[in-house]
Ligand binder design. Structure first.
Ligand code: ASP
Length: 339
């Protein structure tokens, strides 16, 4: 019989109204189990690990990612797949982070949660949880059908490092416009076999998230030299620059000079677009050609969540900015499409 490890970190799925403040707060896992007697009827063994302190995912941080990765490593040989119960607010960051930290993954790690608590009458939690378990244990010819870090939400399975939360009130909370969904749940579970990554034969390597010195520079017309300077002067090694359209920025001399100075001093500047669909094409317009010339890194069609966590991960792997740049521009875990 298949064995699945459910890791409970918190999130709305396991929240209840505080009787005094009326705000939603996380509860313990036993109370979740009480709400889903159907779990007993799934044809698999379920182990549960609940974090000592369960959190709203707005409090997520790299130490907890390291703890999650350690748990996965510890249980890797004894289970067939993992389901991570997590708040939806930062789920795409955690799923992206874990995708980079788990190299050569060949088992499913399915993140899920819900928009309404599991005890609510109209909850979306039960379907999300039950199907996430089905996906974590799904096999064909004795091999996992989805050996990836994924997000399952509202009948769709997404590659974790391609998805982002785009809606805070609909059950359809996630989207992944730059990559097809990996599976869809209806009367049957339909897998998009050609879009699912297949593992090699190398054993899994579990990496630590060892750096977080990353800043974000989001452009807007009218941004001042003072603002850009203060972000680029900060004590960080990596900057995610959110640009316009296909990777364009102002061509004002002061701006290009500040970027060049930062790159020459050893910072890595990663260009991703503010557009949710499409890709960065450095050199397509005059307004991005100079960026390429001064050594800005191409983020292609990466999500903001993938860009931030990939930068953190790689800064922890190397102190050489050129090496980090080369890895950022490489498809490591299916997070970008090189056009
Ligand atoms: N604030 C909650 C969290 O991210 C929202 C959710 O779970 O959907 O923990």
């Amino acid at each position: 019989m298949n064995q699945i490890l459910i890791i409970y970190t918190g999130g709305t799925i396991g929240m209840m109204s505080d009787p005094v403040t009326k705000a939603l707060v996380p509860i313990n896992f036993e109370q979740i189990m009480d709400n889903v007697p159907e779990l007993e009827r799934l044809n698999c063994k379920i182990k549960v690990h609940s974090f000592d302190t369960v959190i709203d995912s707005s409090n997520m941080n790299p130490e907890i990612w390291n703890e999650l990765a350690r748990l996965i490593k510890k249980n890797y040989d004894s289970v067939d797949g993992f389901v991570v119960l997590h708040g939806s607010d930062t789920m795409a960051f955690s799923a992206s982070a874990l995708s980079f930290m788990l190299e050569n993954l060949d088992k499913p790690v399915i993140f899920t949660g819900s928009q309404l608590p599991i005890s609510a009458v109209r909850t979306d939690a039960k379907e999300n949880l039950m199907t996430a378990i089905e996906l974590a244990k799904a096999k064909k010819n004795d091999r996992a059908r989805v050996p990836e870090v994924c997000i399952y939400f509202d009948y769709k399975l997404f590659r974790g490092n391609r998805a982002f939360k785009y809606n805070s009130s609909k059950f359809e909370a996630f989207r992944s416009p730059n990559y097809p969904i990996l599976a869809e749940s209806g009367v049957h579970l339909r897998f998009s076999v050609n879009d699912i990554r297949q593992p090699g034969t190398e054993p899994i390597i579990v990496h630590n998230m060892a750096a977080n010195d990353v800043a974000v520079l989001k452009l807007y017309p009218g941004i001042s030299p003072k603002v850009v300077e203060s972000i680029l002067a900060s004590e960080v090694r990596g900057v995610i620059m959110e640009t316009y359209g296909s990777g364009n920025t102002t061509t004002d001399d002061w701006f290009i000079d500040l970027l060049k100075k930062a790159i020459d001093s050893g910072k890595v500047i990663l260009d991703i677009s503010q557009c949710k669909v499409g890709t960065v094409e450095l050199g397509r317009y005059e307004t991005s050609k100079q960026l390429k010339d001064i050594g800005v890194t191409n983020g292609y069609d990466m999500t903001f969540e993938a860009a931030v966590t990939k930068m953190m991960y790689l800064l922890g792997q190397s102190n050489d900015p050129l090496q980090v740049k080369a890895w950022l521009e490489t498809d490591l875990r299916g997070e970008l499409t090189i056009s």
